[in-house]
Design a protein around this ligand. Structure first.
Ligand SMILES: *Cc1c(COP(=O)(O)O)cnc(C)c1O
Length: 405
């Protein structure tokens, strides 16, 4: 019955090999030049590092940018610099990469999970206020998959309760909300340049902000607590060496010149796939129309309904789809609060209050996304042609037919 499926030895629907990262001689030259210069590191965070920071801040219409070793550290720097104190609460979504929540623990603060919206998988603004207490200090909305969160509502709630908003834009380089670049709307916006991300140098991270005080503190924190015009062995804050190399900066400057073109292509392909999938019962793409004027499709996510696939479990569907040659994945296996780290409170030396208990947290939409619904198509596949998108849909239809026969 299912013999024609690639998972069981049948012919693959999609033969193309989607490449990532995308680069040419320009990138190779940029890195070679750094090698030849002998200026590999960057103790002063000047030179190519400062150049890239200016480019990226300009790209986001933000005043300042602070590069650092990765996106997790970018989030941590922004949160710590915002002035949180031990025991303060920070609102985060449960359907995101673990770092969005663990950096809160690492600041001795308490992550408070607020569920996501069923149609966008972004933090649900209608559920935020119920989670605000007199200890709440910050919200970290994640522009999940590259789709803008409802920033008007989130900023309004934050202003009302005097909360800091740190955008996790690790999926959202070049994405826009009502014409504004994601990352530039809250008090700080954090990016990752890890190899899977839409803009990458293997590793790396960055914070954009318009706030000069935040900028100065973050600048010091990423450089071992040093300050401008201070001595080399003069340390003002409990920072660390979180600097990037000139190799990363050179590569990122080159990669940034491609970003707009790539983002537009993913955005177009995403809209096209949405249209195609309207005709497939049991497959519902996350919905657009929530203010995103540019969706980066770091992930193209659709919701799978097994009842329309003869009860075929999501995990099996996902394996079949990947075997058909669609670069895809079933996503997070569980919401963050269900990770052993949170269930067992393995918080090591961090000072999280005794009464915090994550075994009692339930976010039904995030749980459904993990266990039942979400299928991710990866961003590099969204750089394909329309014909590739047609084939992705063919692969889904082929699996459906096999399941129903
Ligand atoms: C990748 C990612 C991060 C962390 O970035 P790293 O560079 O891997 O530390 C944070 N948040 C989200 C949503 C991510 O996907």
């Amino acid at each position: 019955m299912k013999k024609n499926l690639a998972l069981y030895g049948g012919k693959k629907t999609v033969e193309k090999n989607f490449v990532w990262p995308v680069f040419n001689e320009r990138d190779v030259d940029a890195v070679t030049q750094v090698a030849q210069s002998g200026q590999w590191g960057n103790p002063d965070c000047r030179g190519l590092v400062e150049k890239f920071e200016k480019e990226f801040a300009g790209y986001c219409d933000s005043k300042y940018a602070i590069s650092c070793v990765n996106g997790s550290v970018a989030l941590r720097l922004a949160l710590i610099a915002s002035g949180v104190k031990p025991g303060d609460e920070v609102i985060v979504p449960p359907y995101t990469f673990i770092a969005t929540a663990t950096i809160v623990i690492e600041a001795n603060c308490v992550p408070v999970f607020v569920d996501i919206e069923p149609d966008t998988y972004n933090l649900d603004p209608s559920k935020i206020e119920a989670a605000v207490t007199d200890r709440t200090r910050a919200i970290i909305p994640v522009h999940f998959a590259g789709q803008a969160c409802d920033m008007d509502q989130i900023m309004a709630i934050a202003n009302k309760h005097n909360l800091v908003v740190i955008e996790d834009a690790a999926h959202a380089h070049g994405g826009e909300y009502k014409g504004k670049k994601l990352g530039s709307i809250g008090h700080a916006g954090c990016f990752s340049f890890q190899s899977s991300k839409n803009l990458n140098a293997g590793e790396g991270g960055l914070v954009v902000t318009n706030d000069e005080t935040l900028y100065n503190i973050m600048n010091s924190l990423r450089n071992v607590g040093r300050v401008k015009d201070g001595q080399w062995y003069e340390h003002h804050y409990i920072g660390c060496n979180y600097r990037i190399t000139q190799f990363q900066a050179a590569l990122l400057s080159q990669q940034l010149t491609r970003l707009d073109e790539q983002t537009k292509l993913r955005d177009q392909n995403g809209k096209y796939l949405n249209k195609l999938l309207e005709s497939v019962e049991g497959i519902s793409p996350l919905t657009r129309g929530h203010g995103e004027t540019m969706h980066t499709y770091h992930l193209y996510i659709f919701r799978y309904d097994k009842t329309k696939f003869n009860g075929l479990p999501k995990k099996e569907f996902s394996e079949m789809l990947a075997a058909e040659g669609v670069p895809s994945f079933m996503g997070y296996p569980r919401p963050i609060y269900e990770q052993p780290l949170f269930q067992k409170k393995n918080f090591m030396c961090y000072a999280i209050p005794e009464n915090v208990d994550y075994t009692k947290v339930h976010c039904p939409v995030a749980e459904r996304a993990c266990y039942e619904e979400a299928i991710w198509i990866l961003q590099h596949a969204m750089l394909g042609t329309k014909e590739d998108m047609n084939q992705f849909v063919e692969a889904i239809k082929k699996i459906k037919q096999a399941a129903l026969s």
